[in-house]
Design a protein around this ligand. Structure first.
Ligand code: FVH
Length: 296
């Protein structure tokens, strides 16, 4: 029989706890707002509620935290500092790489092991054991290997190296990709919506008939762009940046005419113009990566 303690009963924490209960784990739960242990249905399903953080830590060697932020994680663990020794802490809370490194060092100084994780899934996917759930992990490789069989119940595990900050960095990178997609979706749909009186096309139809097929075709192009970034050879495959800048100016102008903000497109247009000025007008859009360094 396997034992686990889960700290945090937000939407994701509840999903994690349901998953471990479904997998037959002896599951102990703790949440700042204690009433969620009952209202989540977890107690009825067989979970035990820890009354204190110390009680939660003492209940299992493997401890997962999924809280709002890393400040909450530190505040919570600090309440049970004397019970941390010998525990394996897996922190699935969203945060920055430096926060993960600091927590790893702090937890290590108290005699516990630390793995940081990033959940690339929504709560329903975790609770139902969807094969599309992916979780990123980093930290000591020996510790990860020892607990991976328990973590595998949550989804496909991707181990990203010994630096505890690596999982957070890649988590944030993937989320940034998602927000780029959402920005494009919102701008495109707002533009199409501005013409709906003429076209009669709902947002749903626009997305299913036009936007999704177009974006699916474009995602096929990402591998080629990534290869150019790896090699540093941005020679165009047929869609040079200068040509794209001219087309993007039309997006800005048409958006203004339609009363739709061009705010989402302006930052990338600015970077593409810098690339043109920097001599990459005849290259592919991947060359923009050379203009993304932040001066410190
Ligand atoms: N939900 C999602 O779609 C995403 C999927 C990818 C991963 N994220 C990250 O998971 C972390 C938790 O997210 P969540 O969805 O469970 O968040 P909430 O439902 O808002 O629950 C927050 C929990 O954190 C507890 N909490 C907040 N502040 C404190 C504190 N100072 N001390 C102790 N616990 C704290 C809160 O407790 P309570 O309000 O119920 O008392 C909840 O348990 C997050 O990093 C996402 O980015 C989710």
């Amino acid at each position: 029989m396997s034992q686990i303690t889960l700290f945090g009963l937000g939407a994701m924490g509840q999903a994690l706890a349901h998953r471990y209960l479904d997998k037959g784990y002896t599951t102990t739960i703790w949440n700042r707002t204690a009433s969620k242990a009952h209202s989540s249905g977890l107690i009825a399903k067989g979970a035990s509620q820890a009354r204190t953080v110390t009680e939660g830590l003492e209940a299992a060697d493997l401890v997962i935290l999924c809280l709002l932020d890393n400040a909450s994680v530190k505040d919570t663990l600090a309440q049970g500092i004397q019970a941390l020794h010998g525990k394996t802490i897996v922190n699935l809370t969203n945060g920055t790489p430096s926060q993960a490194r600091e927590l790893s060092e702090w937890v290590g100084s108290l005699g516990a092991e630390y793995i940081h994780g990033g959940i690339m899934a929504v709560p329903d996917m975790i609770a139902s054991g969807s094969p599309h759930s992916m979780l990123l992990y980093s930290g000591d490789g020996t510790v990860f290997e020892r607990v991976e069989n328990h973590l595998a119940h949550l989804g496909v595990s991707k181990y990203l190296g010994a630096d505890p900050g690596s999982a957070s960095l890649h988590d944030l990178a993937l989320l940034s990709g998602m927000y780029g997609l959402f920005s494009g979706f919102l701008h495109a749909t707002a533009l199409a919506r501005s013409a709906r009186l003429q076209t009669g096309m709902s947002a749903e139809d626009f997305v299913s008939q036009l936007l999704t097929p177009w974006l699916s075709a474009m995602t096929q192009y990402l591998a080629a762009l990534a290869k150019q970034i790896d090699s540093g050879d941005y020679a165009t495959q047929g869609s040079n940046i200068a040509m794209q800048v001219a087309g993007m100016e039309n997006i800005v102008s048409a958006s203004e005419d339609a009363g739709v903000t061009a705010a989402f497109i302006l930052p990338i247009l600015g970077l593409m113009k810098r690339a043109v000025q920097g001599g990459f007008g005849g290259a592919d859009v991947s060359a923009v990566v050379e203009f993304m360094g932040v001066e410190r």
